[in-house]
Design a protein around this ligand. Structure first.
Ligand SMILES: Cc1cc2nc3c(=O)[nH]c(=O)nc-3n(C[C@H](O)[C@H](O)[C@H](O)COP(=O)(O)O)c2cc1C
Length: 406
């Protein structure tokens, strides 16, 4: 017997980014989801009913008066495994937060007991308006995932936060939220900071000392935290991967840049996960112009200087209740070195993985042992980096102090 297809209601409100959601719909249907598109009446001005009907293979309604015998205004929400609204306009967020039920989409939102995701998209001024912020906060407090919009080019010439994240990344959010089910948002209301990638330490304007970190593990951590409801700041060093939907990206280059960005973001964060490969050393002297090859003489040796130890600094500055997670890439005596590092850096958890030829770097999979300051030791067998990310968040969530009641 084949298992039934997960049922997704794809709500579309009247933002210019509605056209991008056709691609999200395709990804959902092609990966075996049963998708019913519920646009708002105004959304059909941007993308018409025939497009949604043809791509979903289902009839499309905006109001509660079509097919009344099937009571779609309650049935759709009750039967859904996921309701995903993209783009979510300022107006739709307000109507949803206010509990209005003046069209099929808002009726569906009130009857849904499954996970609900809103992907807002609008001009920066609308997104930053206190009314919209309050509506997003209300929806989050009720357990919905409200994906932070991306920053970048908006309609016309403006740029700023308010862009709809790319469809492939929205699809990842949908996939993760569906996989975790109704009780999966255990990081809701939490702010987490994740570092990813590998720092570059400049020798001259064109050359640097770097490392092989791809950023895949840090990006998997960011993606999974968004799907678990967290607000995510992703400090990203030299990563050539698409931005995960919903994470605020802070691009950095060197260890010094990373230190500044991580310490700033960590100030009020509930958890900090340092998955980036931060260089221990940098060239002692930076040459302002390109180092020349001089005929007949040997090149100068590169002298190195120590970089700041960000993890140790986080351990020293931690605020009460903050959970700090380090990563250790070891080639030999993996566990012994990991335990020593955990004690030295005073972090709560250390994810130790063995690196070397063909292991970990740039690969989609990883295997690790998670060491806890409380003496715990959790083996995570080789699997997708996202699976390891989920176990890391399980361990972080278990160590977070419950938020004050009320
Ligand atoms: C060209 C154009 C683009 C718009 N883009 C957006 C947008 O990206 N986000 C938004 O919140 N509202 C946007 N609006 C305003 C909404 O369409 C308007 O608030 C509408 O009433 C929302 O209806 P709905 O929430 O029922 O879908 C846009 C309006 C126009 C005319």
């Amino acid at each position: 017997m084949t298992s039934p297809k997960p049922r997704v209601v794809l709500g579309v409100s009247a933002g210019i980014a509605a056209y991008k959601v056709c691609e999200l719909l395709r990804r959902l249907t092609e990966s075996g989801h049963d998708v019913t598109v519920v646009p708002t009446e105004d959304a059909l001005r941007f993308v018409g009913e025939p497009t949604w009907a043809a791509l979903s293979g289902k009839p499309v309604s905006t109001g509660v008066w079509d097919g009344v015998a099937d009571v779609p205004h309650v049935r759709l929400g009750q039967q859904a495994d996921l309701v995903f609204v993209a783009p979510a306009t300022a107006d739709l967020l307000a109507r949803a937060a206010g509990g209005l039920a003046d069209d099929l989409l808002t009726n569906t939102l009130l009857t849904a007991r499954c996970p609900v995701v809103f992907a807002p998209a609008m001009h920066t001024e609308m997104w930053e308006h206190p009314a919209t912020r309050a509506n997003a906060a209300t929806l989050r407090s009720r357990g919905a995932v409200v994906v932070e919009p991306a920053s970048g080019r908006l309609t016309g010439k403006d740029t700023g936060p308010g862009r709809l994240p790319e469809p492939a990344e929205l699809f990842e959010v949908a996939r993760h939220v569906l996989a975790r089910g109704a009780d999966g948002r255990d990081l809701a209301g939490r702010h987490v900071v994740v570092s990813a990638g590998g720092t570059r330490e400049a020798l001259d304007p064109v050359r640097f000392l770097g490392n092989r970190s791809s950023g895949l593990q840090g990006y998997a951590l960011a993606r999974t935290a968004v799907a678990r409801g967290a607000r995510v700041t992703l400090v990203s060093a030299n990563v050539a991967l698409p931005d995960p939907a919903g994470a605020e990206i802070v691009p950095v280059e060197s260890a010094e840049d990373m230190r500044e960005a991580v310490l700033k973001a960590a100030g009020a964060a509930d958890a900090v996960v340092m998955a980036a490969a931060v260089a221990d050393f940098r060239p002692a002297g930076y040459q302002g112009s390109k180092i020349k090859k001089s005929e007949g003489s040997e090149p100068e040796p590169i002298r190195l200087a120590k970089n700041p130890d960000i993890l140790a600094e986080l351990g020293e500055r931690r605020r009460p209740g903050q959970v700090i997670v380090g990563f250790a890439a070891e080639t030999d005596d993996v566990l012994e070195n990991g335990r020593a590092k955990l004690a030295r850096k005073r972090c709560d958890l250390l994810v130790v993985n063995q690196v070397g030829e063909g292991l970990t770097f740039g690969r989609p999979d990883n295997a690790a042992v998670i060491l806890g300051a409380d003496g715990s030791q959790t083996e995570v067998p080789r699997g997708a980096k996202e699976a390891l990310a989920e176990v890391v968040w399980d361990q972080v969530a278990a160590r977070l102090v419950p938020p004050p009641a009320g």
